[in-house]
Design a protein around this ligand. Sequence first.
Ligand SMILES: *Cc1c(COP(=O)(O)O)cnc(C)c1O
Length: 356
Amino acid sequence: MEKVQVSLRNEFSSDNYSGICPEAWAAMAAANEGYAASYGDDNWTSRACQCIRDLFETDCEVFFVFTGTAANSLALASLCHSYHSIICHETSHVETDECGASEFFSNGTKVLLVPGPDGKVDLESVEHTVKRRSDIHYPKPRALSVTQCTELGTVYSVDELREVGDLAKRLQLHVHMDGSRFANAVAALNVRPRELTWQAGVDVLCFGGAKNGLAVGEAVVFFNRELAKEFDYRCKQAGQLASKMRYLSAPWVGLLESGAWIRNAAHANRCARRLAERLQTVAGIKLMFPCQANSVFIEMSERMLSALRGKGWHFYTFIGSGGARFMCSWETTDADIDQLVLDIQELARQEASPGF
Ligand SMILES: *Cc1c(COP(=O)(O)O)cnc(C)c1O
């Protein structure tokens, strides 16, 4: 029998399957003119840092690293000693997708997990985790890590973040924000970046670039400058100090000065909303979480999942809570969405008909 060739459709697998957006690409090309000082002592890097200070309307300390895992784990390590602990949500990337990097770079700081609906930390559980023990045998809680947008595609509101910040202050915890999709949260809430960060009590933000349209790179933004002390050494030791730093930093200038960062995020969010709205009308398809940013999680039978794979679609089911995750990016098109919806509709019709 002849094997049927299906072309692989992986545009919804993750927002890091997308390419480099034109604004970042152009800045990279512009940075490629002639010589520039290495290790961050160049004009592109100082300009990128200034862009980030302007964006957050405060005098923050900024560092550029290669990956989100490096950003999160080095930032968290700078908030803690090895005998401390970090509290985060049980589905957080720090816990489930970083291969223990936070524990490694902090020389053993323990990660303590809390539950909470829709990927957001439950504040009573945070308080209980801090207060249940005060003896010397328990790893002393020192940092609270939240993810904005969450791993389940939901968004903490400004008020929710203020509550997180207030509780952290009362419990003497530093606040770390994994913002690999921070731009999507700003676009979703239509607020100023400062309202979601330092004004709510966030000490350090890992501001995602890759999923927003860069080739590579995340910015570690310390609003609490004290905590940034010697962070440059931490980056260097971890192999995160780029010698040709301009190629990490210039694309940020391209993203931020052009406004592409927020346009890209808003576009991705709009695409996800459109996908969610259309899938909701398909019989047998259930959204697992409210679609608030650029992802759509759907619950489908095993049979439908494998039939959808059979049609060539690639997607993940291990991220978040076991459903099929579809991510939109700056590059997603209406045609992509229409094709996916069409295929799912067809499978749903087959599933409903006898003999499938
Ligand atoms: C993608 C992602 C990161 C960054 O991961 P790296 O692969 O290390 O760059 C961090 N946090 C969350 C929630 C993510 O989705």
